[in-house]
Design a protein around this ligand. Structure first.
Ligand code: 4AD
Ligand code: MG
Length: 463
């Protein structure tokens, strides 16, 4: 028996067509002569309306079981719908109820629930309109990411999740160990002896695949990663997760300009693709979550991103008609209040800030001739702030060695990274895009915890 997807039926289903669907009941409306039920299978925001006449086998018993959340299989014939809001509906011949859902206890009844509440029922919240739309957009967006890079001949490389190096040098690493925590081996100085651990040294969950992506770019020219990354930053904000997905392209023979251009083309491409594949879901966000979602998307697609240097950004912030919580001066690491002021209020569109102070950026970024700034670029967008962080990489061996030492990084452990500068070194660049921040930006969802199915954040690893 062929099972039809509700999304396909709503788009192309024809009257008199015999069909079978499977899904979960969203609502039921019992009238005297017959009953309406809305069935949703997750393929689209809209549900299929099913009309159940009394001649359906076991009518009374079936209808009694059709509560919100129950799983059903329905066969019948499509008919033109007389009601508003749908072109066709399904006239049921037979209904099988697989699993009931007790209306006394099933938490998702037909009212609006807060996102905070929905987070406490992470195992059920994907069955709601909003989370359903989010995860369909997330899927479309992931597909578009691969399309974009594959069309341009980039190789998708799989970088390790377990690593021994701290790419960002920010010390936000989760250690992984198989040592017996009740009886840790100690060195002479009473430090934990990781040489007895699984990998013979201390290992972590990766914060970024960049360093390995650089290895692969010096063999394949253009590569990208798309995978989970982990950060133990104790940031309880609406833009931080402890586990998030990152997209990191890395390009050999590419300076910062090419990097910025790629990032801009990339964002335009994915917005366009998602508007094309998920028009209903995007319309829903625009109506129910944030009424600037569609305008923003079209703006991203049509307008050129602004480009300014960090030094220019500081000058603009100093001129701003307000006081910031973090006072502005050259050398300050831009905080989200500054980023949002620039993108949201001043430029009202994405902007790329380049050439940040050396002290506030990672060791691998290419040193400018002024020795005070590096070839970094961050893309800032309204509502979110930083969505992309990238740079041209330091390709000069001597300068890189100097930077690693200055950053206090263990230079012996980065021997392979330095080898890339010893053998066939090349100007190269890349960036990292936080996938959840992108989905947040696209959908207008205010909390990053609601754009990943199972969010991990301080004090929470549920489901
Ligand atoms: O700016 P970040 O730390 O850059 C890197 O990791 C580089 N290695 C990227 C590269 O050049 N290949 O992180 C990149 C992006 C940020 O701009 C942000 O969008 C996202 O990753 N991000 C987070 N997203 C959610 N939760 C967090 N805790 C995040 N930290 C960074
Ligand atoms: Mg950054």
């Amino acid at each position: 028996m062929t099972i039809h997807r509700i999304a396909d039926l709503l788009r192309t289903g024809q009257p008199d067509q015999s069909i079978n669907i499977q899904g979960w009941i969203r609502t039921k409306r019992e009238l005297k002569e017959f009953t309406f039920a809305e069935v949703n299978d997750g393929s689209s925001l809209a549900s299929l309306q099913v009309v159940i006449n009394q001649d359906v086998p076991n009518y009374a018993e079936v209808v009694r079981k059709l509560n919100t959340g129950a799983s059903v299989e329905v066969s019948g014939v499509l008919v033109p719908s007389l009601g508003k809001g749908q072109r066709i509906e399904l006239k049921a011949d037979a209904i099988a109820v697989h699993g009931e859902a007790d209306p006394e206890t099933y938490p998702l009844q037909k009212k609006r629930h807060s996102f905070e509440f929905l987070r406490t029922i992470g195992h059920l919240r994907s069955r709601t309109n909003t989370l359903g739309a989010v995860f369909r957009v997330r899927n479309a967006c992931a597909h578009a990411v691969h399309q974009f890079f594959q069309q341009r001949g980039f190789l998708w490389v799989h970088t390790p999740l377990i690593t021994a190096s701290d790419c960002e040098g920010a010390g936000e690493l989760f250690t992984i160990t198989s040592l017996n925590l009740k009886d840790l081996p100690r060195t002479e100085n009473q430090e934990i002896d990781f040489s007895q651990d699984f990998f013979g040294k201390r290992a972590y969950l990766t914060v970024s695949g960049q360093l390995e992506a650089e290895i692969m770019a010096t063999a394949f020219t253009n590569v990208y990663t798309f995978g989970p990354t982990f950060r133990a930053e104790n940031s309880n904000t609406s833009r931080h997760l402890a586990e998030f997905w990152m997209i990191e392209p890395e390009m050999a023979f590419c300076a910062l300009d090419g990097n910025m251009t790629l990032a801009e083309e990339f964002l335009k491409f994915v917005f366009k693709a998602v508007l094309e594949t998920c028009p209903e879901d995007m319309e829903f966000f625009n109506q129910r979550i944030d009424n600037s979602v569609l305008e923003t998307a079209n703006h991203i697609i049509d307008s050129e991103f602004e480009r300014i240097t960090y030094t220019e950004a500081i000058a603009l912030l100093e001129k701003a008609d307000r006081t910031f919580e973090f006072p502005v001066s050259w050398g300050l690491d831009l905080q989200s209040e500054h980023e949002r002021y620039l993108a949201e209020e001043l430029f009202k569109k994405p902007l790329i800030v380049t050439d940040y102070p050396t002290e506030i950026k990672a060791f691998y970024m290419r040193l400018n001739d002024d020795e005070k700034t590096v070839r970094a670029m961050d893309i800032l967008v309204p509502k979110i702030g930083e969505i992309v962080g990238g740079s041209q990489r330091e390709e000069r061996l001597d300068v890189l060695e100097r930077r690693i030492k200055a950053a206090g990084m263990p230079i012996e452990e980065l021997w392979w990274y330095l080898d890339l500068r010893r053998y066939g070194t090349v100007p190269h660049s890349g960036f990292g895009l936080g996938f959840e921040r992108l989905i947040q930006f696209m959908t207008g969802m205010t909390n990053i915890r609601d754009v990943i199915p199972f969010p991990r954040f301080p004090q929470s690893a549920e489901f």
